[in-house]
Design a protein around this ligand. Structure first.
Ligand code: CU
Length: 145
């Protein structure tokens, strides 16, 4: 009997160990999804601002690209914006939109027609003098009225 009890106790602590390992695995994923970013090694730094346009769920996103090392604006890049909802895989199909050069050096703008309120992830694909793929989270609220 004492042997049986000690085996049960070991099983119990094993289950706890597995649970805490699962939490540790999930945490970096959650952190990676939060905010705006790219891998630390990325050569490109991107500032992204999306503002609602006239028309429901239309957003103008301005991406300002600079060299992470020198801080200089990246001009003459090809920038394509895309949008997807991570919570609804394969449900939406917002067409990728080429962004055009904005007024400030290194700025690129494109308009995305989203399809519903909720958390969207804006994809920013950069090619040209540098290549990179970045993302930016955009929370779209239900319009008033
Ligand atoms: Cu959706």
């Amino acid at each position: 009997m004492p042997a049986g009890r000690s085996r049960a106790e070991r099983q119990g602590s094993g289950a706890e160990g597995r649970a805490s390992r699962a939490v540790l695995l999930v945490l970096p994923l959650v952190l990676a999804l939060g905010g705006c970013g790219s891998p630390a090694a990325s050569p490109v730094k991107a500032q992204v601002a999306c503002a609602q346009e006239k028309g429901w769920l239309r957003y103008r996103c301005t991406v300002t690209l600079s060299d992470r090392q020198t801080g200089k604006p990246i001009e003459g890049a090809n920038v394509v914006l895309s949008a997807d909802m991570p919570s609804m895989p394969l449900v939406h199909s917002v067409p990728p939109t080429p962004a055009t050069a904005g007024s400030a050096p290194g700025a690129y703008e494109g308009v995305l027609q989203l399809e519903m309120a909720g958390r969207w992830v804006i994809g920013i694909r950069v090619t040209g003098p540098v290549s990179d793929a970045l993302t930016h989270d955009l929370d779209v609220s239900t319009p008033p009225g």
